[in-house]
Design a protein around this ligand. Structure first.
Ligand code: NAD
Length: 447
């Protein structure tokens, strides 16, 4: 078929593309814009739940197509005077549930497909916990370690200005993610406020408290994960006191979990970071490890317990293993050597589908990331609510509301898993999908 005849083909939805693609091999098929490893995993997990729910094709297609995305290219003047062009992204996955919400990351490998997968997970996470948001994710392709603070500020401000047409407190509310923090959120909020002509703290969450950030945001993800673990153990009839816990990752999430679980009587038998870790079956002194890391930045050389490598921490004998560092940590290569009864996924995507199969065959339970780390976005929601009302809560109120949300979400997941006779990951996805599908049906289709 020649190109000229393509325009004769009547286009209904994506109709006509099969013929176009048959001859124009260089074209990107509809949906292929999102192609990435993370998108593949996200779609696979989604389909497992959608199959179980017998979700209609139309609804699947809607949920698997991010609703709005923006790719921007913009110049930034470097300290040397040279001007460099950067590419930025923002994907808004679902617009049905309310404004969209999701982080901004600075990373060399970021792509539209990666943002799409992360935005979809944000949609599901918000729906699971019952927050009035759809999911979003964005970022700038750069190596943040090679940019000075001044360059990062110019890059952040220009990226914020580029996103201006599609963001807003009632449209899309960014937050920190990889390589962005309170500092970037302050620049972002200031840039947006300059554009609209008045202070607009509600445009981002994860801000410094003095600019309208919330008490408890920094600890939110780790504390939320501990509340989830506590509730699950109550449901399983296990006593948290005395459980042996090993944690991979000692950053924002891992260090808070270590401290909070230790305070609740768990025995912390292993801790690690990017430089390796320490183990002690009699229990590590968490405060001493924290002091070492505060003074030396990394865990390497820490005199507590015995040294283990980054890989060995995942094979430490324990009751509860908590990956709290990176994605893709429990794989088919090490799943057979994992020595625990329960995996609590504090990181996003730490277990590959292949490893999950091996772990479940071995009777090891997995509390999924969608549920475990949803405390972060929950407290971001609290921050947005406080900013809208110009009424700030104290840390106690934030923590008690977080606890209630986390416990309810755990109970919903366990009930759903029992009702559908499935695993907790698929149950968590199912709770979210049912909610989004119901909202989509009720809003119907415009026009
Ligand atoms: P962080 O950067 O504060 O800490 C990451 C930790 O992992 C560091 O201690 C680092 O040294 C360690 N690490 C890095 N590579 C490692 C490796 N190969 N082996 C062992 N340790 C390694 O990050 P964070 O905010 O604690 O986030 C951790 C995970 O939790 C990520 O998957 C993130 O997406 C997820 N998460 C975080 C939040 C949040 O609010 N911070 C919210 C939701 C999900």
């Amino acid at each position: 078929m020649k190109t000229s005849t393509f325009i004769e083909i009547e286009r209904r939805g994506t109709g006509g593309w099969d013929e176009v693609l048959a001859t124009e091999a260089h074209l990107v098929a509809p949906g292929e814009e999102w192609k990435s490893e993370l998108w593949r995993v996200a779609v696979e997990q989604f389909n497992r739940a959608a199959d179980l729910l017998e979700l209609e094709q139309e609804m699947r297609a809607r949920m698997l197509s991010p609703r709005r995305s923006l790719v921007v290219s913009f110049p930034v003047r470097l300290d040397s005077g040279e001007v460099r062009s950067f590419t930025g992204y923002r994907v808004q996955h679902t617009l049905t549930m309310g404004p969209t919400k999701g982080g901004i990351r600075y990373a060399p490998g970021i792509s539209l497909g990666e943002c799409a997968a992360l935005a979809m997970w944000m949609t599901l996470k918000c729906a699971l916990v019952g927050l009035p948001f759809g999911g979003a994710k964005g970022g700038v392709r750069c190596d943040p370690n090679r940019l000075s603070p001044q360059e990062l500020e110019r890059l952040t401000r220009r990226y914020a200005a580029e996103l201006f047409p599609i963001i807003g407190p009632d449209r899309d509310i960014p937050a920190p993610d990889m390589a962005t923090s309170e500092r970037e959120m302050a620049w972002f909020m200031d840039t947006y406020s300059q554009q609209v002509g008045h202070p607009a703290p509600e445009i981002v969450t994860g801000k410094p408290v003095v600019l309208g950030g919330t008490a408890g945001r920094r600890e939110a993800t780790g504390l939320g994960a501990v509340f989830c673990t506590e509730r699950l153990l109550e449901q399983l009839g296990w006593d948290l006191a005395g459980q042996r816990v090993a944690i991979q990752g000692f950053g924002n999430v891992g260090s808070v979990m270590a401290r909070e679980l230790d305070a609740r009587g768990a025995v912390i038998v292993g801790l690690s970071d990017v430089t390796g870790g320490v183990v002690d079956q009699a229990g590590l002194d968490v405060a001493a490890v924290e002091r070492w890391v505060a003074g030396h930045r990394f865990m390497r050389g820490c005199p507590e317990g015995l040294y283990v490598t980054r890989q060995e921490i995942l094979e430490t004998p324990c009751d509860i293993l908590i990956p709290a560092a990176l994605e893709h940590q429990l794989t088919e290569d090490n799943a057979a050597d994992v020595d625990c009864r329960l995996v609590v996924e504090a990181a996003n995507g730490p277990t590959t589908p292949e490893a999950e199969k091996i772990l479940s065959e071995r009777g090891i339970m997995i509390l999924p990331d969608l549920l475990v780390n949803s405390g972060g976005v929950t407290v971001s929601y609290f921050e947005w609510v406080q900013d809208q009302q110009r009424y700030l809560w104290d840390g106690f109120e934030v923590a008690s509301r977080l606890e209630s949300k986390m416990r309810t979400a755990v109970d919903r997941v366990i009930e759903t898993a029992e009702a559908l006779e499935t695993d907790w990951r698929t149950a968590a996805q199912s709770v979210a999908i049912v909610r989004i599908a119901e909202a989509s049906r009720l809003r119907a289709i415009y026009p």
